[in-house]
Write a protein that binds this ligand. Sequence first.
Ligand SMILES: C[S@@+](CC[C@H](N)C(=O)[O-])C[C@H]1O[C@@H](n2cnc3c(N)ncnc32)[C@H](O)[C@@H]1O
Length: 350
Amino acid sequence: MKLEKRPDVDYNKLDEIIVNYSDNLKVFYILKSSIDLKLYDYLNEYKSFEEISDIINIKPILSHYILEILSKIDIIKKKDGLYKNSRLADAYLNTDSLYSKTKGFILAFERVKLWEDLIKTMKGNIKREDNDHFPLIIQVMAENTISGDLYDVVNLVNDLNEFKKAKKFLEIGGGHGFYTIALNDLNPNMEAYVFDLENVIKETKKYIEKYDSKVKTISGDFYIDDFGENYDIIFSSYNPSGKNPDVAKKVHKSLNVGGLFITKQYFPLEKEGNDLKELLDNFEWNLADLTKSRKGKRAYVFKNDLCFKNYISFLEELGFEIIGTHNVLDISPFTTATANDKIIIAKKLK
Ligand SMILES: C[S@@+](CC[C@H](N)C(=O)[O-])C[C@H]1O[C@@H](n2cnc3c(N)ncnc32)[C@H](O)[C@@H]1O
């Protein structure tokens, strides 16, 4: 063997990929530790890195670099050598804020744990969350909803005549119940119910109490249990039954003639896309034990789900008239929604 020449392919490309992604990972961990240390609770006012070093009990040289890195990515502001929260950090990272997103970060960090020993995870030795995680997921959804599409979706529903006249309202898979809580405030004459799994309803009740609401709850499984009857409006947002034909049949059965089904869901494109984000999401989705849950092979898709076009046709076959469809992003630009998130408003004709 002789060391005569290097391969005629440029190594730098590979180096760039590795450095680029590992740098992103480092920033991710700086963010994680800054949140774990509650750094943003101390940066309401300008402080020096020495003061921060004393408060969070790490070496001044390290607090200096953490603050410099966080100001580089615009999470905090720097003026005259002192540091303070940006408006973004004040709104979402300070734990005292009504809009604090800390539960969402906990979940994101939990998910990253699956990737730390990916071989073990792929071989099934590390479990991905199952339905037991819904109580945490709804706390995350609560954070997203309250700083996201809540107000826009509520306005959309409130503008409908059928809603103004509604006497009985149901939200299926309502979780935190914010949509129903806000809508019941706008139409206090209606009886409003949130339907969800028993272990989640315990959490729902806490939100109902916190927001001083009269919303009632129903514990059940939407694949198994009935919803009751005589509803004027059935609302549903981002839940595993959102594209399921059998659950749509139950919704139809539970609504009064003239009643509305308003549903906001992620509808994947008919064909699987292959941009990096979608590939990563689909890969992560398949780290779960798909035999136990009703998950399909693509992210946010469940067994027997219909695509948007087929779901609409199915609703029409059931006896609904589609009175409106919207892209969530058009209604509410500040959400985490994607181009595939839709709102359907369907009226039961027969
Ligand atoms: C992603 S969260 C959405 C929460 C809320 N609707 C929102 O849009 O923010 C999915 C919700 O569906 C509920 N869910 C999941 N499977 C269910 C089932 N089999 N029966 C009833 N509810 C279920 C979860 O507990 C959770 O509240």
